[in-house]
Design a protein around this ligand. Structure first.
Ligand code: SF4
Length: 279
């Protein structure tokens, strides 16, 4: 009979499937959500602060101390977040979360001058259907530069990848280009990934040829997911990422039984990112 297909593809899902089909199955097909972690919550917190900051007028961004005032009010509210409470952080760990988040925001201010940014979209939720494949993605920020070009900006709260892993991190870049092209009828000139932990910006240029080739790849990934669902055949693909894998206890490569994950772990309707470097 086969398994039910996911209802859409996003950059995280494409990366999850290509990284490890079995981990993808646990998260996306079986709807088993790994619990929030310190790292994922820190990412959510910093993204929310930057989202509110760029929702303000350009004039109010000339004073960067404003960013830390926003942080203070968001952090105060965040303390009652049920997922954060479930981590049962000690007072010292809460202080660490606060300080590390502030460092990420300070690093951010060394990477861009907010007063010079013309942000025309924040947390843009884009969804389109191409050849029966529903594609969804959230763009952290969409800018227009001084020459009228669109620039997609994606914040990453982790460190920049090693050179040999850079291309895998650009999956999201191509995906955003495809979404803009299909839905908004323009090709962004650039996608910028801002790695706040080590203040590194990775910039990638996009053109029509690249988008077409990425569309081909997306269709190939979707076909592979369809085949895996029909055959109920999602194989493990061990890599260095296994060290972060929430499902490693249930993975056959570690002698685990994947069927037990279905009965022992709780399910959720949302898809959570397994790889902390993707946040
Ligand atoms: S432990 Fe590694 S191989 Fe196994 S499911 Fe997780 S990521 Fe895949």
């Amino acid at each position: 009979m086969g398994l039910e297909l996911p209802n859409s593809l996003s950059p995280s899902k494409v990366t999850a499937f290509t990284d490890c089909p079995l981990a993808f199955k646990f998260s996306v097909i079986d709807h088993i959500a790994p619990p929030a972690t310190y790292v994922t919550l820190k990412g959510i917190l910093v993204h929310e602060v930057l989202q509110i900051y760029y929702g303000q007028s350009e004039e109010s961004r000339t004073d960067t101390s404003n960013l830390f005032e926003i942080f203070k009010s968001v952090f105060d509210r965040f303390k009652s977040n049920p997922e954060l409470i479930s981590l049962r952080l000690t007072t010292e760990e809460m202080l660490k979360l606060e300080n590390e988040s502030k460092v990420l925001l300070s690093n951010y201010l060394t990477m861009e001058n907010p007063a010079n940014i013309n942000a025309v979209g924040i947390e843009l939720q884009l969804e389109t259907v191409i050849e029966n494949i529903k594609l969804r993605g959230i763009i952290d920020r969409l800018d227009i530069d001084s020459e009228g070009n669109f620039i997609v900006v994606d914040y990453k709260t982790g460190k920049s990848p090693a050179v040999e892993l850079e291309s895998s991190r650009l999956t999201g870049v191509n995906f955003y280009g495809l979404l803009c092209y299909s839905l908004l009828n323009f090709i962004p000139k650039q996608v910028k990934l801002l790695y706040l932990a080590d203040s590194v910006t990775i910039t990638s240029e996009i053109d029509e040829e690249r988008i077409k080739s990425y569309l081909k790849r997306t269709k190939a990934v979707w076909s592979a997911i369809e085949r895996a669902c029909i055959r109920d055949d999602f194989r493990p693909n061990p890599s260095f990422k296994c060290q972060w894998c929430f499902f490693s206890k249930y993975c056959p490569t570690n002698g685990g039984n994947p069927d037990l994950a279905l009965t022992e772990l709780s399910h959720s309707s949302s898809f959570s990112i397994v790889d902390p470097e993707e946040i």
